[in-house]
Design a protein around this ligand. Structure first.
Ligand code: GDD
Ligand code: MG
Length: 347
């Protein structure tokens, strides 16, 4: 089975973290989300991936190459200009001559594919959209269905009074190659605003099926943080790296703790991390590989990407530090999102 991963958005709402990084490469529990996704999908029988990328596409290519290390084949469809969600699919047409999967690669979920594929075969549509239910559908694509599952209306980001239901597009599609005939080439096309409405209008057969289990879009700082707290609370059963050194505290290899370090669970620490004397880590702290945490640092509700350094006595709460961020001694970081030492954004 082949899958197209849409990973070319600008990740605007996660800036500055996504300034030099495609959003789906942002780490979740210390590994790029795309790595978790590809590993999960491989277990579900997907062995061939096409990356639809543009913004910082080299970061993806350098990390995954041809996919051999992950036991899959990975190819790249890099867009000459931002082509939108359907334009990116059209741009990858040459890779697909059979039924294929499409993923919004910024969605954090571990979907079961077999029930969706069975549903798609039984209903015989041109497209099956995986759906999930949310309390507030206004920042998503919302559907109205009949009782056979056929989608009668698809409304992208409706106003509250216009949302036909709370069933939303979960960002996973099963498409027949016939779909390519409905997407114009060489221009920006949105699958949500143009292609799905057109397929529905022309009765081409667009169906929706609820995909159960954990689901979250990681596209804003608060959602990105919440995914981490859900991992730590084990509400999202992402495989954890490392072993539990005390209840609710996971640590990787070669971790060095100073004297009197206090862990307040839940906490996840990567490999080769050093933590200075009397630091207080947690609750809700995720610390990436090779991070250095100074003495007496307090770190709660925060996420540090690999190789970050927090010098003695600093306090972090509700903050996210990008790769290799260095925080000077004795500073207070509250609601800070930092991607390099010079740049601080309040969120
Ligand atoms: N290759 C490529 N080119 N990928 C793109 C482009 C593009 O021009 N534009 C967006 N993408 C990718 C993004 O990287 C992301 O993985 C996915 O397409 C969806 O784009 P977002 O910008 O994250 O859209 P959204 O979150 O506002 O809404 C979408 O996702 C919702 C679920 O979270 C829509 O599909 C909604 O209908 C859906 O409910
Ligand atoms: Mg999104």
């Amino acid at each position: 089975m082949k899958a197209l991963l849409l990973a070319g958005g600008l990740g605007t709402r996660l800036r500055p973290l996504t300034e030099n990084l495609p959003k789906p490469m942002a780490p979740i529990a210390n590994r790029p989300w795309l790595e978790h996704l590809i590993t999960h999908l491989r277990e579900q029988g997907v062995d061939h991936f096409v990356m639809a990328a543009r913004h910082c596409s080299d970061v993806i290519r350098r990390h995954f190459g041809d996919g051999r290390r992950w036991g899959v084949k990975i190819e790249y469809a890099v867009e000459p200009f931002p082509m939108g969600t359907a334009g990116a699919i059209k741009n990858a047409e040459r890779f697909f001559d059979d039924c294929f999967l499409v993923f919004n690669a910024d969605i954090v979920h571990l979907p079961e594919l077999i029930p969706l594929l069975e549903f798609h075969r039984q209903h015989g549509g041109i497209a099956t959209i995986a759906l999930t239910e949310v309390d507030d559908p206004t920042s998503y694509g919302v559907v109205e269905q009949d009782d056979t599952g056929r989608i009668l209306r698809f409304v992208e980001k409706p106003r509250p009074e216009e949302a036909p239901s709370n069933r939303i597009n979960a960002g996973l599609y099963i498409l027949e190659p016939d779909v390519f005939r409905y997407i114009p080439a060489q221009r920006e096309v949105s699958i949500e605003r143009e292609t799905f409405p057109r397929l529905i209008q022309e009765s081409a057969g667009v169906y929706g099926m609820i995909s159960r289990g954990y689901w979250r879009d990681m596209g804003t700082p608060s959602r990105y943080r919440q995914v981490h707290w859900d991992v730590l609370d084990r509400r999202f059963p992402l495989p954890m790296q490392g072993r539990q050194v005390q209840p609710g505290v996971w640590a990787g290899e070669d971790v060095e703790f100073g004297k009197g370090v206090l862990f307040v669970p839940p906490v996840l620490i990567g490999n080769k991390v050093k933590i200075g004397d009397q630091a207080v880590i947690g609750p809700y702290a995720v610390i990436g590989d090779n991070c250095r945490i100074g003495a007496r640092v307090h770190c709660s509700n925060s996420i540090l990407w690999d190789r970050s350094v927090v010098r003695d006595g600093s306090r972090l709460s509700n903050s996210i530090f990008g790769y290799r961020t260095v925080a000077p001694a004795g500073e207070v970081f509250k609601n800070s999102i930092i991607n390099d030492p010079g740049e601080v954004m309040q969120a």
